[in-house]
Design a protein around this ligand. Sequence first.
Ligand code: PLP
Length: 378
Amino acid sequence: MTDFRSDTVTRPTAAMRTAIATAEVGDDVFADDPTINRLQASAAQMLGFEDALFASSGTQTNLLALLSHCERGDEAIVGQQWHTYKWEAGGMAVLGSIQPQPLEHAPDGTIPLASIEAAIKPDDPHFAITRLVVMENTTGGKVLPMDYLREMRALATSRGLATHLDGARLFNAAVEVTRRRRAGIREGAGPDSAAAARAREGDVPLEPRAVAREICANFDSVSVCLSKGLGAPVGSLLLGSKPLIARARRWRKMLGGGMRQAGMIAAGGLHALENHIERLADDHANATRLAEGLIALGHQYGGLQADLPQTNIVFVKVDDAIAQAFADHLAAHGVRTTGSVGRYGSGLVQRWVTHLDVTHHDVEAALVIAAGFFEARR
Ligand SMILES: *Cc1c(COP(=O)(O)O)cnc(C)c1O
């Protein structure tokens, strides 16, 4: 069986299980779990923040950030499709009395700066107090351009707003930016050629951790999932200034998220940060191969379309006429994806995600199974 539903389905490797089994632990509510302290300190240093906090999930680290930036009656600017707005059960509104201001994003995943600017409320008693701009990177598997992030940050700063990044897949973005820059240098051109030219002069990072730090420099806080493509079983980190993380620590306790000998799970995250960042490039290559194969099937037989992915998420649009049968065929042959018939209007939009537990061989096998569906109908 190959599980393409999400990169959250990864199971710990043997080496990660050893790290977990041998982790030193203490009581993290007393801040004396050495493994958690090591994870927080090393992530903060890696990403250029003063402090960090380990929590149970990305939903919780995003919520902790929102609650720590905003007071009751404040407003956060978010993307209409973003996790912080749409997929976290309305937490900012329910638990923080924070008003979300959702905005449509452009096809490249950015929210046009003019839309952000137009949504910032004047100081007037009729309006909520705009406090925070939230971004998501990657978003739908797309990488937000570095120049865009810098311009967004400049706009936020000029209007006195803080910025938070939902970086659930921050390292997927960093690994892809790194690949483009290195390719740009090799080819002397390409999508990021200006950056490549500066990189040749040594001024642009060419290593995923340094690129991740460069992305993070545009934000007051960042959340990062350890339990997605990085492959840890549980956990997420919130990074920020010391005062922000101190506020987040209080909210975490209030939400019941203060865990005791949680070094057991943090050890998986530490192992992931030390060993699983570069390999995200394999997931991206597998996703590209998967999309190419599905696009070729669409050309040959009709009935489906896919876009080439930037990172590890492939969206596939399947025509109404075959949507249910195709989904059933994949499921019957042990290929799991998400997406449901009719959910997005007509047909089926499937999401195929590659990750640590999907090999190159699994991708080829899934393509043979998908081809078998069309062959059988000829
Ligand atoms: C997965 C994800 C999260 C957090 O999800 P949890 O399941 O709560 O860890 C946050 N933002 C984005 C964009 C995500 O994909």
